[in-house]
Design a protein around this ligand. Structure first.
Ligand code: HEC
Ligand code: HEC
Length: 212
């Protein structure tokens, strides 16, 4: 199969992509159990108790949610953090209404796209509009049970229904950035399609939360 794919690739890259399938398309339909370090809903299908299955699905989702690519933008207080060690943002920036301080807004430095540093390895992350959610949507450093309760709570989650959360996780472009984080940054585990599928399966199983 591998040889077949590479011959096709040599012949016509576009055709080969269609024939061999890219990683995303292969995820759910083929019944794959994991994509790039993130388990798919198929891996949880044999947990018959819905409450248990939902809790296990959320625990898996939390590998993404608590990953620094997401959590750096979801602090519970203060401003954004950066890097895998989630150190304070350099230069220090304030939250303001989410967009930063007047004259030092996030978009002063963060554009619509990631931009590689000219003089050294790395990049300024970018996606539009790059900003912080309100503190009620903060979860950096919190446990899975607490994050799960926050995400479900319409008083805290921006008035979103569970279906809205599925849509957000599946299609939001700031969420998407976590898998396209630019030069010098590790992406979140899995891909957005698998993360969205896990969220949908969690909601379908009753959106129960893990005990801790
Ligand atoms: C650049 C900053 C940024 C990044 C990176 C980011 N988010 Fe968010 N997120 C936001 C903002 C801003 C909102 C609030 C949007 C609104 O309500 O208008 C939000 C809202 C949310 C919400 C809905 C509100 C809630 O918390 O209940 C979820 C869920 C969420 N983000 C998940 C994620 C996940 C998962 C990732 C990583 C895969 C991620 N976000 C990455 C900025 C970010
Ligand atoms: C003065 C320029 C500047 C301003 C203003 C600024 N940033 Fe940054 N930010 C950067 C640079 C540069 C980096 C990349 C640092 C690195 O990787 O070495 C960065 C990195 C980040 C990261 C880290 C992503 C990761 O996962 O490592 C987040 C999150 C972030 N900024 C959010 C914000 C938010 C939200 C605002 C507005 C409240 C903001 N920034 C304002 C320059 C800025």
């Amino acid at each position: 199969m591998r040889a077949h794919c590479s011959i096709m690739l040599a012949a016509a890259a576009a055709l080969a992509l269609a024939a061999c399938g890219d990683r995303k398309e292969a995820a759910a339909p083929s019944g794959e159990m994991a994509v790039a370090g993130l388990q798919t809903p198929a891996a949880f299908a044999d947990i018959t108790d819905a409450q248990e299955r939902a809790a296990a699905l959320f625990t898996e989702m939390n590998k993404v949610i608590s990953h620094p690519r997401c959590a750096n933008c979801h602090p519970r207080s203060g401003g954004p953090t950066q890097g895998d060690d989630m150190r304070p943002h350099e230069p220090p920036v304030v939250r303001g209404a989410g967009l930063g301080a007047a004259g030092m807004e996030c978009f002063t430095c963060h554009g619509d796209e990631n931009v590689e540093f000219a003089s050294m390895k790395g990049s300024v992350p970018g996606a539009r509009p790059w900003h912080l959610p309100p503190p009620s949507m903060g979860w950096a450093g919190a446990g899975a049970a607490q994050i799960c309760a926050q995400i479900k709570d319409r008083e805290l989650n921006g008035g979103r229904s569970l279906d809205d959360i599925v849509a957000h996780n599946t299609t939001d472009h700031l969420v998407n950035w976590a898998w396209n984080p630019g030069e010098g940054r590790k992406p979140a585990p899995g891909d957005q399609e698998t993360f969205g599928a896990l969220t949908a399966a969690w909601v379908e199983a009753g959106a129960h939360c893990p005990a801790e």
